[in-house]
Design a protein around this ligand. Structure first.
Ligand SMILES: Cc1cc(C(=O)NCC(F)(F)F)no1
Ligand SMILES: [Zn+2]
Length: 318
């Protein structure tokens, strides 16, 4: 393997050739194994017709737009986290393109996955600053792409709540990875770096205390089919938090005490469940069963497998 040069963004360009040891002649050029991040960024210039103007593709130099450059970097960190933690090569496991459109509409306070690509609003500067700058928001949206390529959790009902929870969970697992694999209060806040720029310490959602946002659920018996998927996600978000960090329900909805197994083991369990066991119609009860199955498949101890069941019991999934 020889370094043929470096890409505009500094990553090395590797030449993989088979060389005749006697005369140094090139016998064969090895196929490029997908290690590129395959990023493709578009600028919507505050319009809404996707994907917009292509402004930066993989390996191209930074542009004059900091939002484009930041989102390019967040996508890179998200790609790296999925590769290093789960050995996943992009959305589809085969180096699929990471398509992102920024500056969507005007003062748009949201970001979304449209089934094919990510789309980011600039925010109105009060409820949100530019969402494309956020690592956990970017990883939240990219994870919708991972989910659609794997379990394909239906985006309604209980499976919809689980779909949203996968995005909040891996959004923050990527944030933890990007922070140098360090857990902090921010690891359990969703969108804290772009939510209400004039208010410190708050967040769009709170995985460790979902009801703190005033809408999200933290207890399965409170679930009804009319609850927005962004709020029923709180049930699984809190289960993931308790499995990672241990403890009891923050509002005493149950008295179950969960033993911590750490964020990385919890992430491995939820990743395997979402990518290898969950179906499109998975319910919260099946999520409890199948995350337990994932822990067993991963060869974790009986105590760790029991902690998975306890985490779901703690949020009322019996
Ligand atoms: C209510 C509600 C919540 C969301 C949401 O989660 N958006 C994705 C994020 F990345 F911007 F957070 N949208 O409507
Ligand atoms: Zn989402």
């Amino acid at each position: 393997v020889t370094v043929k040069g470096t890409q505009a963004d500094g990553t090395p360009i590797l030449d993989k050739v088979l060389v005749n040891a006697v005369d140094g002649s090139v016998v064969a050029r090895l196929p490029t194994i997908h290690t590129a991040k395959n990023r493709e960024l578009h600028d919507l210039k505050n319009k809404t017709t996707l994907p917009g103007t292509t402004v930066r593709t993989e390996g191209q130099a930074a542009t004059s737009d900091a939002v484009v450059n930041n989102n390019y970097d967040r996508l890179g960190t998200t790609y790296d986290a999925y590769k290093e933690l789960f050995n996943r090569d992009s959305l589809d496991g085969s180096g699929g393109k990471l398509i992102s459109s920024v500056h969507y509409s005007t003062k748009y306070n949201n970001a979304y996955w449209n089934g094919t690509q990510m789309v980011y609003g600039d925010g109105d500067g009060s409820t949100f600053s530019n969402l494309a700058n956020s690592l956990d928001v970017t990883a939240h949206e990219l994870t919708h792409g991972v989910t659609s390529n794997t379990s394909n959790l239906e985006y309604s009902g209980e499976s919809g709540g689980l779909n949203e929870a996968m995005s909040d969970i891996f959004g923050n697992v990527v944030e933890y990875y990007g922070a140098g694999k360090v857990v902090s209060d921010n690891t359990w806040k969703v969108g804290e770096d772009v939510y209400t720029p004039n208010t410190a310490g708050d967040a769009l959602r709170y995985m460790n205390d979902p009801a703190k946002d005033g809408d999200s659920l933290d207890y399965y018996p409170d679930y009804t089919s009319g609850v927005d998927v962004h709020y029923s996600s709180g049930i699984a978000n809190l289960a993931f938090y308790l499995l990672s960090q241990g403890g009891k329900h923050p509002r005493s909805k149950t008295t179950v005490s969960v033993t911590a197994i750490g964020i990385e083991k919890a992430a491995q369990i939820f990743y395997r469940a979402n990518t290898q066991i969950f179906t499109a119609s998975t319910t919260f009860a099946q999520a409890k069963q199948w995350t337990g199955q994932a822990a067993q498949d991963l060869g974790y101890t009986q105590a760790e497998i029991s902690a998975v069941a306890d985490a779901w019991s703690a949020v009322g999934v019996t």
